[in-house]
Ligand binder design. Structure first.
Ligand code: TXA
Ligand code: MG
Length: 368
């Protein structure tokens, strides 16, 4: 197979738990290996090697002002990478590591600017995956790892997604099956006076508040302030159209979620009839919850619409688990219009809706 990629075509090997030694050797010698975490698969390289950082940006097709996260296997490994570890950061690491929380701290001189997109801060995380913790230990390095997708496409939640996007561009993929959480880690900036949430994830605002004893600030762009109004997200990666399927995606939302489920269905039906006309030829999918599936079944059958079940409404983690896989599935099936329910932005629902809004390019129909 020929990959349209600066002439670099390499065999991408699939590694299992028996090959960790070999995967670690590749990382130590400047190569790239994708690794599993509890959130999404990462694209790993030596976090202290600027050449490895350049290779990561090239393999992903990622703008190089978008900094990488350094993955460590334990708290002590953070010390040489930062100026200092503030007490509150220590408290958060004790409470949530290994786990889906990334902390931003002032970087030390050994972290190359190539890994941090030119910033004087560094993102650090200790992932909750036994194979990857062993890989980091064996490599004896912090592993720089953005999500292992091509820039702009949904983050990979299975090794096959990584292979689809990056085969031919990286040396290997450490396969540990499907991930659990399915959306990227929570990012909290601890390099500023007040802790600030830069990206919501499975560690919720409520979880952070409990440990910090105060609610962190929230980057205004997470609360609907847009770049057009002059607000720029502090995490550079959050400004790109991310997690996006090829299809146009539209979210339908009501002010109250409970009791308004059938209003959403009616609004979708109206949209398809009025806005697009009955003769509309697109391949359409509806994203909904297990609980609301029965509401859509008749409409789906009549109009040849695919129903994709995200998970259980009552359990947003069951939805984050499936979201990116379903968006990729829609691409594969040639879907070109996705209509989706919306969910309450509380707890993990904040992360779920953040990714869904990004996938939809902020296209939301508000139902009165
Ligand atoms: O769950 C995750 O965090 C996954 C797994 C592989 O660990 N990684 C991940 O990496 O999502 P990535 O590169 O796709 O997203 C990292 C985000 C980007 O939005 C980036 O701009 C932000 O973190 N970031 C990294 N370093 C930063 C820094 N020093 N200051 C502000 N934002 C930073
Ligand atoms: Mg990413």
């Amino acid at each position: 197979m020929v990959y349209p990629y600066r002439g670099i075509v390499m065999e991408t090997r699939i590694f299992s738990n028996k090959d960790i030694e070999e995967a670690a050797r590749i990382l130590k010698t400047g190569g790239l290996v994708a690794f599993p975490t509890e959130t999404v698969y990462g694209l790993g390289g030596n976090g202290l090697d600027k050449e490895a950082a350049r290779k990561i940006y090239a393999a992903k097709g990622r703008p190089s002002d978008n900094p990488l996260i350094l993955h460590v296997s334990k708290m002590e490994e953070v010390i040489p990478l930062v100026e200092s570890v503030p007490e509150k950061a220590k408290l958060l690491m004790d409470s949530f590591w290994p786990g889906p929380l990334t902390l931003i701290l002032k970087k030390s001189a050994i972290v190359p600017l190539e890994s941090t997109g030119g910033l004087d801060t560094v993102a650090l995380r200790c992932p909750d995956n036994a194979l990857t913790l062993e890989l980091i230990e064996k490599a004896g390095l912090p592993i720089a790892g953005p999500s292992a997708n091509l820039s702009g496409s949904p983050s990979p939640t299975e090794a096959s997604h990584v292979y689809h996007d990056l085969a031919g561009r990286i040396e290997g993929i450490l396969d540990d099956g499907a991930v659990g959480i399915g959306v990227e880690s929570t990012i909290l900036d601890m390099s500023t006076e007040r802790p600030t949430l830069l990206r919501p994830g499975a560690i919720t605002l409520e979880d952070l508040t409990e440990v910090l004893g105060e609610k962190p600030d929230i980057d205004p762009t997470l609360l609907g302030k847009s770049m057009e109004d002059g607000f720029v997200p502090k995490a550079p990666g959050m400004k790109y159209r991310h997690y996006a399927p090829k299809a146009e995606m539209i979210l339908f939302r009501t002010l109250e979620h409970k009791g308004a489920e059938s209003k959403v269905r009616e609004s979708m039906a109206k949209y398809l009839e009025e806005e697009r006309g009955d003769s509309f030829q697109k391949k359409i999918a509806i994203l909904c919850a297990e609980e609301t599936k029965p509401l859509y079944q008749e409409m789906a059958e009549k109009k040849n619409i695919r129903l994709k079940i995200l998970g259980r409404r009552e359990d947003p983690l069951s939805m984050t688990h499936n979201l990116f896989r379903i968006l990729r599935e829609c691409d594969e099936e040639g879907i070109n219009l996705i209509l989706s329910e919306s969910y309450p932005e509380e707890g993990v629902g904040f992360a779920l809706m953040n990714r869904m809004k990004k996938a939809a390019g902020q296209k939301i129909i508000l139902i009165k």
